[in-house]
Design a protein around this ligand. Structure first.
Ligand code: 3H9
Length: 695
């Protein structure tokens, strides 16, 4: 027996307790310990019932994902669960915390389930590119309706106790707050009622309504485009309704192994761990963040209002400053509209909505109202002069220790910090639009920003339930700097012969949430235009400059907000516009370019090569600390397909030599745009990967 699992007898009940912090994952030691203890309990004549429970903050939260991709160590989880299910004595799983994945499968292998009132249940394997591989697809639809099992398994969503009890997943809700005591008491009650072992696998599978599986396949093909696991989940659950359990389990195992060996599984697990690693930075280790309760926001446009809403939804108090009372009133109405949306989606109660507007939100035109703010986020017009002016005013008014943050998406945070007498308190907090929805927050650390302020930036992001990535200062930080570069590569593809619609289609098929020209229309073409004008004086004459975007802006075609950009929007629906193609064709003619046929694969290759090459530079300059910071940025702010893991993971998957070869090939057409990044060349020469740099 191992330390991870211990067994003790209390009267006639054997209590098997797992202790494997932090989340009691099913490592080899836990699996072996469970099987061993269940065998001991069955061999012990004084034992009449068995309880499985866990120490710490949660029941088992799943298989140990760190073991995935490594050689398998016996016993396997399916075998352990079969041992539990085959126990001649009734087995009770006493649940608390988050009962997830393999943890829920262990609970389904037990004969009875009792749960603490705030327990949550889920089979999130699909979010890791897998299906439940230890009987979950076969046992869950034997306990709850098939439709519900299908929904839980293909979405990975967690359910609460009330739903679990109503569906039959838990038999009882505990009235003692200790899972061990609750489990023992429940086991004794079952014994007193003469209850026997009740193996889930021996129950008939619930029946499915006609067409359920085909509809699910079609819906998932759209909703989880490009992913294999959701379809395999449907196949496995359909098997449960048709095959004997032993065959269903064997098929499930085969599907699981297939998915386990695939790139999508490694990419999704890379994303999972990277999002947990991204906030672990040497500079803030053991540094306590400052307290944050009162937030100031300067500017009540879409961004400012979104930042205010995000903070309000996190329980913070917000004072928003606009230039005059009329603008402040408009900002109040935008904020309350966004909050109403949250009420409609069931994310906010009507009472909480009323409380926010009455007590936690104010919009004014008086900077003095920011005197007590713990942090002020500036979200005014993207002009260095305007921002410098705002920071001068904030410096004069805000209390000592208040953090002054800029939401700039490109500008120099060092120059902004210089406008204050407290550059150590100045930081960039780059939110993404809509700020109350998008997960990413770039925490931009300027030369003089103190570690305490960086730590507070990360703590603030956590409060807002956002994923924060550290970025150094450069034009566009991590995300927008990459975007400028791959967008330029796509402008090159368009001049060479593809249409913006070809580019968007190829990249959406690759898995991007949107193509770059649709993104530009959504952001507003005037934004990119302003940036191009700002950078014009420093532009290198060797740089290829496509003018078609400027031509559109000159015609006041600023994208969605004006109803026309690269696309025409009617009732919000985009369609291709022949006039755009004419503008592009004219530019080709002016430059003596003969349009070539460019395949979708070539579009993807150029897009990825540009993104990866620039990311290698961003890494070498220390703007991003590790490749995983780049991946987390692109996954959470730029619609990069999670199942490809991010651009750095993608590069490792296809091979860095292939990326370098693409760049070298393209440099024959444009040797300014396509200069290989020295880091990429070095990694290829040394036979290394980006993952090797993650530490
Ligand atoms: C599965 O079960 C397959 C089976 O069907 C079949 C098998 C044959 N393994 O998220 P947190 C670490 S697939 C290893 O910050 P929270 C995590 O990396 C699995 N480590 O805490 C972090 O480490 P560190 C299905 C894990 O309170 C620490 O624990 N299960 C695992 O915000 C704390 O994590 C899942 O997909 C794991 N399974 O959230 C559940 N899980 O401190 C995945 C966590 O070194 N986990 N760690 O950075 C979660 O969703 C959340 O971690 C949980 C806690 C909700 C449990």
């Amino acid at each position: 027996m191992t330390n991870a699992v211990k067994i003790e007898t209390v009267e006639n009940v054997a209590v098997i307790e797992v202790s494997n912090p932090p989340v009691n994952a099913l490592s080899q030691a836990v699996r072996a310990g469970l099987a061993d203890c269940v065998a001991q309990a069955n061999a012990n004549e004084t034992v009449q019932a068995v309880v499985i429970c866990c120490e710490g903050r949660t029941f088992i939260a799943g298989a140990d994902i760190r073991e995935f991709g490594k050689p398998h160590a016996e016993p396997s989880l399916p075998a352990v669960i079969e041992t539990i299910e085959a126990s001649a004595k009734p087995v009770v799983a006493s649940l608390h915390g988050t009962v997830l994945g393999g943890g829920l499968e262990v609970a389904l292998g037990a004969h009875y389930r009792i749960a603490q009132p705030n327990t949550r249940f889920g089979l999130p394997e699909v979010t890791l590119g897998l299906l439940p591989g230890a009987g979950g697809t076969q046992r869950l639809p034997r306990v709850v309706p098939v439709k519900m099992a299908l929904d839980m398994i293909t979405s990975g969503r967690q359910i609460k106790v009330a739903e679990a009890q109503e569906a039959g997943l838990v038999d009882a809700v505990a009235d003692q707050d200790d899972p061990r005591t609750a489990g023992i008491a429940y086991a004794m009650t079952l014994l007193s009622e003469g209850k026997l072992a009740r193996p889930t696998g021996a129950l008939p599978c619930n029946s499915a309504e006609d067409g359920l599986f085909d509809t699910a396949r079609a819906t998932l093909a759209k909703k989880m485009r490009g992913q294999f696991a959701p379809q395999k989940c449907v196949d496995a659950i359909e098997n449960a309704t048709k095959l004997p359990i032993t065959e269903g389990l064997a098929q499930e195992r085969a599907f699981f192994q297939d998915l386990m060996n695939g790139d999508q599984r490694s990419a999704l697990i890379h994303a999972f761990f990277s999002e947990r690693q991204v906030g672990k930075l040497p500079e803030i280790k053991d540094v306590s963040p400052r307290d944050i309760a009162a937030i100031g926001v300067v500017g009540g446009g879409t961004m400012g209002a979104g930042i205010a809403v995000s903070s309000l939804l996190a329980g913070l108090t917000v004072t928003l400053i606009e230039r005059d009372q009329a603008s402040a009133d408009r900002a109040t109405s935008s904020v309350s509209k966004m909050l109403e949306g949250s009420v409609k989606r069931g994310k906010l109660s009507q009472a909480a909505f009323d409380d926010i507007l009455a007590n936690r939100f104010a919009a004014t035109s008086d900077y003095q109202d920011l005197a007590n703010a713990d942090i002020v986020v500036e979200a005014v017009f993207e002009s260095l002069e305007v921002k410098k002016d705002v920071f001068g005013q904030l410096d004069a008014i805000c209390k000592p220790g208040a953090i002054l943050a800029s939401n700039t998406s490109y500008l120099d945070v060092n120059a902004i910090a210089e406008m204050t007498k407290r550059p150590e308190d100045v930081i960039g907090l780059h939110f993404f639009s809509p700020a109350h929805v998008m997960k990413l927050l770039e925490v931009v650390v300027a030369d003089k920003t103190s570690a305490e302020v960086v730590a507070t930036g990360f703590a603030f992001a956590k409060k807002l339930r956002k994923v924060a990535v550290r970025s150094g200062v450069c034009d566009g930080f991590i995300g927008n700097r990459l975007l400028s570069h791959y967008r330029q590569a796509m402008d090159g593809v368009v001049i060479a012969g593809a249409s913006p619609y070809d580019v968007d289609r190829a990249l959406v098929n690759f898995g991007m949430a949107m193509g770059p020209f649709s993104v530009a229309d959504l952001a507003g073409l005037d934004i990119g235009w302003a940036t191009r004008k700002r950078l014009a004086p420093t532009r290198d004459p060797r740089e290829m400059y496509a003018e078609f975007s400027d031509r559109l802006c000159e015609k006041d075609r600023f994208g969605r907000k004006t109803g026309r950009g690269f696309y025409i929007y009617e009732d919000g629906k985009p369609s291709a516009d022949p006039e755009v193609l004419e503008i592009i064709a004219a530019e080709r003619t002016d430059n003596g370019v003969k349009a070539q046929e460019i395949s979708d694969q070539e579009i993807v290759d150029r897009y990825m090569a540009a993104m990866i090459n620039e990311a290698a530079r961003v890494l070498e300059e220390g703007i991003a600390l590790r490749p995983l910071d780049v991946d987390v940025t692109l996954l959470n702010g730029y619609g990069f397909p999670r199942w490809r893991g991010g651009p750095m993971q993608y590069a490792d998957t296809v091979g860095l030599d292939k990326i370098l070869n693409d760049i070298k090939r393209l440099s024959q057409e444009d040797d300014f745009m396509w200069q290989p990044a020295p880091l990429l060349e070095r990694l290829v020469a040394e036979g290394k990967t980006f993952a090797d740099l993650n530490g």
